[in-house]
Design a binder for this molecule. Sequence first.
Ligand SMILES: Nc1ncnc2c1ncn2[C@@H]1O[C@H](COP(=O)(O)OP(=O)(O)OP(=O)(O)O)[C@@H](O)[C@H]1O
Ligand SMILES: [Mg+2]
Length: 362
Amino acid sequence: MTEHSLSRFFRVHFPPPAYMALPTVGVDISTSSMKAVHIKEYAHGPEVDIFDEVALPDNVMSKGDITSKQSVADALKTLAQRHGMKAVHVSLPESKSYLFELKVRGKNKEEWRTAVEQSLDEYVPLPPDTVVFNIMPLKVVAGETLVVGVGYARKIVENFLQVLEESGVEPASFESEMFSTARALLPAHMDETVLIVDIGKTTTKLIIAERQIPRFATTLDVGGDALTHSVQKYFGVSEEEARKIKIEHGIVSSGGKEEYLSAMLLTASAIRDEVTMRLEYWQNRTRTNNLFAPVTRAVLVGGNATLRGLPEYLSSTLRVPVVLGDVFTNFASLDTWLPSVDYAQSFAYTTAIGLALRDYVQ
Ligand SMILES: Nc1ncnc2c1ncn2[C@@H]1O[C@H](COP(=O)(O)OP(=O)(O)OP(=O)(O)O)[C@@H](O)[C@H]1O
Ligand SMILES: [Mg+2]
């Protein structure tokens, strides 16, 4: 079983061309739900023709671990049946990844891979024969290629493979979620370095990416649910009610609600302080190391991205403009089509969109 799964992983890493002709769906498995996106190509450009999600019960996905394979497989089966999907691009959790970069000699991906293999233990603190990794070239520096690599314990990938096997869906590829998120939000050939802040249910993910390639990523253990819980505690209301209040009032000061606001800011400031610290560290490094470019803006995504007042609140300490991410930047102009999810929801689909975009290399 294990050997079988693993050989399959390597096969899907370099899929035969015919395989890619199948309609491939991007599937993002995260704490709150499993999200699926499928893209359709038109003369005027690609559109998303399927947005769908299946809620996951609490504690099925926890800190990047699949704690109930059966529940995840059931959710995937549901999505597969609804949409007749055969093959999927699946995201792997940032919190389980090892992101690294190094300069290597060589002319192509195979040669770079071989070079990385020889020093893999310097970048991934696991026995090399228990690691699966992938690399992406970033740029040429003094005759060498700076590659970004990402490694996972083989066991993690095997767990995802078992879920796919159980649900009868073929893996087309696996990708670390920060690569998918960056692909969704950034145009392919823009040199800008951007900070992506993905505020989900139980986590906030920070990604600093250059030309769709992450160069720093981390997962904070606090997300939008912490804000909902602050509201619940403060008003003594149900979770459902608290969510509504949160959406209506956000973190904006409005007359007579000062205590509510300070309860919210207690959590929001925890996120803001962490983000500020990571960004400052990056910005400082760019002053002494010209391999790194300063971040010029921050973009917000995730189910909580549209929290009222959040961009203003973050920009006060980040010292870069903070805007909502454009998850449709790599699609046909929105003058020509209307996404079937509402605006606030679309930000939760960022990773799934990026996965689906794998088949549309610009
Ligand atoms: N319109 C909205 N306004 C504010 N918050 C919202 C809205 N819609 C959904 N949410 C919140 O977004 C969260 C889900 O977001 P998302 O799907 O990005 O999380 P996730 O990726 O499943 O979680 P994690 O990243 O922690 O694994 C929930 O906390 C939900 O309450
Ligand atoms: Mg998420």
